[in-house]
Design a protein around this ligand. Structure first.
Ligand code: AMP
Length: 397
């Protein structure tokens, strides 16, 4: 059980509080095209402002690769954040992130003031977790708050290194929610617990499958991954995605699931195409019966019902990875059906970041889910059962 100190467990009145946020927003010509991440950061910032802290925000944006890139400056974020917060967010425009502007701004702060530092990845040490930059960041603050889940699987200066030089390091509300659901609910689930895995390759989900096999009552495998299982069991898969090197592994997983009493569900039918494109001709065939020259692009209608039935009576469901090539409208049905089934079940529903989170939001089911993770890579590593450096660095309760 992960039990980390949060912003609710500390008193920040009059203290300088460095908050690592995830302001990695899409920018086109200096305009923020999706401000969800800014909105999501507000509860933690507002709480710290209300408690009388002096709030110093920091984040990375894009990949400036260790040098100042004007197009990746966080300046536009300070402007929009000021509007969203209803108070000035002063921008400290230092190419070195912790420079004269930042130091002077922090010295001049009153309780409840908010400033934003420049893109932490302007510094080459950031992604190497270098000591010097970590110390510089720590020198600005008395307390550190990490609210950036998207980078929690990486050990960088602004989320891990800095905590070595600050006495108090806690998590913000966004991080707390990720820990509650992807960490604790998955490890100590209300049963029946169903996991749905999809996406392209078995090889990239091996650790997730192994970790979840020890925890779930039912494991559902869809997406491109399923064809390696189908071929391993002697099925015909035509041109479908397959990792021959992992067929043995797939058979072992099936055996392991049986030994552990885990129900492992694979697709029973598929939507197949004669071309890897949305212009392909489409047929529906049973699993293991894909003709030469055709490839499996999505789960079929019988499988949609099978998978939806499996989540109906579940108490906890976690989903990571699309059921087919959902970027092509002709092959999005399976992913949509799973999203709908999750929206309709009474279970606690936890959506891993990345494609499944995007699909759920695009379909308008976002508010029907218990938790949609904000981190793709980080949520996958959580599901692999790994310790995330950004989470581990926070003080225990
Ligand atoms: P991943 O990053 O491993 O979660 O994989 C996501 C990608 O898997 C998406 O871009 C999907 O288009 C792709 N995908 C899902 N099903 C299939 C399939 N049957 N054949 C090829 N690619 C697929």
């Amino acid at each position: 059980m992960l039990n980390k100190k949060s912003v609710d467990d500390i008193n920040v009145k009059g203290k300088r509080v460095l908050v690592r946020c995830d302001f990695n927003v899409p920018l086109i010509d200096g305009k923020i095209t999706d401000e969800n991440r800014l909105v999501a950061a507000l509860p933690t910032i507002k709480k710290l402002v209300a408690d009388g802290g002096k709030i110093i925000l920091c984040s990375h944006l894009g990949k400036p690769k260790g040098e100042p890139k004007p197009e990746l400056s966080l300046a536009p974020v300070a402007v929009r954040l000021s509007e969203l917060l209803g108070q000035e967010v002063k921008f400290a425009a230092d190419a070195t992130v912790v420079g004269e502007n930042a130091k002077a701004a922090v010295d001049a702060m009153n309780e409840g003031d908010v400033i934003l530092l420049e893109n932490t990845r302007y510094r080459a040490e950031e992604t190497k977790n270098g000591e010097e930059f970590s110390k510089e960041l720590a020198s600005l603050c008395d307390v550190f708050v990490n609210d950036a889940f998207g980078t929690a699987h990486r050990a960088h200066c602004s989320n891990v290194g800095v905590t070595q030089f600050v006495d108090t390091a806690v998590v913000g509300y966004l991080m707390q929610k990720e820990i509650d659901f992807l960490g604790n609910a998955v490890n100590n689930p209300e049963r029946p617990f169903v996991a749905i895995l999809g996406g392209a390759k078995v090889s990239s989900k091996i650790s997730v499958i192994e970790n979840l096999l020890d925890k779930v009552d039912t494991l559902i495998i869809g997406g491109g991954m399923a064809y390696t299982f189908s071929k391993a069991r002697g099925g015909k898969i035509g041109l479908s995605l397959c990792e021959d090197d992992y067929m043995e592994y797939a058979l072992n997983m099936l055996k392991k699931a049986e030994e552990k009493g885990v129900k492992l569900l694979l697709p029973v039918d598929h939507r197949i195409g004669d071309d890897f494109s949305n212009d392909a001709n489409v047929q529906i065939v049973n699993s293991g019966e894909i003709p030469e020259g055709w490839e499996g692009m999505d789960i079929g209608p019988k499988t949609e019902v099978l998978f939806a039935d499996a989540v109906k009576d579940a108490k906890t469901v976690v989903w990571n990875g699309p059921m087919g090539c959902f970027e092509m409208p002709k092959f999005a049905n399976g992913t949509e059906a799973v999203a709908k089934a999750l929206a309709e079940t009474d279970a606690v529903t936890i959506i891993g970041g990345g494609d499944s989170a995007a699909a759920v939001n695009q379909l308008g089911y976002g508010d029907k889910m218990t938790h949609i993770s904000t981190g793709g890579g980080a949520s996958l590593e959580f599901l692999e059962g790994k310790e995330l450096p950004g989470v581990a660095a926070a003080n225990d309760k």
